[in-house]
Design a protein around this ligand. Structure first.
Ligand SMILES: CC(C)(COP(=O)(O)OP(=O)(O)OC[C@H]1O[C@@H](n2cnc3c(N)ncnc32)[C@H](O)[C@@H]1O)[C@@H](O)C(=O)NCCC(=O)NCCS
Ligand SMILES: Nc1ncnc2c1ncn2[C@@H]1O[C@H](COP(=O)(O)OP(=O)(O)OP(=O)(O)O)[C@@H](O)[C@H]1O
Length: 194
């Protein structure tokens, strides 16, 4: 099974590109989605214990939790120390199952792939990018997003230029979905997987 790590900074097009890989037949694991699932399940008691008042009705209130941690590096680190091992376990279980069911290509969408030293775990690393202006336009469109939150998230992420420099392949998502699909197909061909 060819193991592809997919990453990119906020708003660059990871989820969209992951979907394109899935449409080419890859088994895809999405870390952000895994976090969201954990926040309605296994992580809830741990988060409530560490950040009292950030859960309600058995689920994490992400807006409230975001307000607590996004401006506070220590708090974010504490949260990451709780969440990342759980996400990693979910990813491992997913990839084991994909392998057992005969998948030939698996993609793990990991926002902090380089930051958490995960590049070595993959046969290939794909970075999505769209340029800083397009990124800002996309991110600022999101409800509740502010310049301050955007800046704080960017601070926590390896700069786009460094990600691109460390990538096996870069997918440029600034020219539309069909253009990105062609790049995904070309990447799979280049990897000998299509
Ligand atoms: C801070 C939280 C509560 C905000 O939730 P919210 O629903 O508003 O945002 P969402 O999860 O969709 O993330 C928005 C963007 O920020 C990025 N991001 C999230 N956490 C981090 C982080 N710790 N460092 C850098 N970027 C991050 C995401 O990849 C995404 O691009 C949430 O992001 C969170 O719990 N983060 C900690 C877990 C984590 O590290 N996740 C990212 C990798 S698995
Ligand atoms: N190839 C593309 N062509 C046109 N629009 C795109 C493309 N890829 C992504 N987008 C748009 O950019 C926005 C962000 O995309 P997406 O959610 O895939 O990014 P992401 O990297 O997963 O984001 P985040 O890290 O913030 O969760 C979405 O509105 C999406 O529709």
């Amino acid at each position: 099974m060819l193991l592809i790590g997919l990453t990119g900074s906020i708003g660059m097009g990871k989820s969209t590109t992951a979907r394109l890989f899935a449409e080419e037949g890859a088994a895809v694991h999405d870390s952000d989605a895994a976090v969201h699932a954990l926040y309605a399940g296994a992580a809830v008691p741990l988060i409530e214990a560490a950040f009292p008042g950030t859960t309600r009705e058995g689920a994490v209130d992400r807006k409230e939790l975001g307000t607590r941690v996004l401006g506070d590096a220590k708090a974010l680190e504490k949260l990451e120390n709780i969440v990342h091992p759980l996400v990693r376990a979910a990813e491992r279980a997913f990839l084991d199952e994909a392998r057992a069911s005969g998948a030939t290509i698996a993609v793990a969408d990991i926002p902090l792939l380089f930051e958490t030293g995960r590049a070595k775990d993959f046969d290939r690393v794909v970075v999505v990018s769209a340029g800083a202006d397009e990124q800002r336009r996309r991110v600022m469109e999101r409800p509740g997003m502010t310049e301050e939150i955007f800046a704080r998230i960017l601070e926590r992420q390896l700069p786009d230029a460094e990600k691109r420099a460390r990538a096996g392949v870069v997918i440029d998502t600034s020219r539309g979905v069909e253009d990105a699909r062609a790049q995904v197909r070309a990447a799979l061909k280049d990897f000998g997987a299509a």
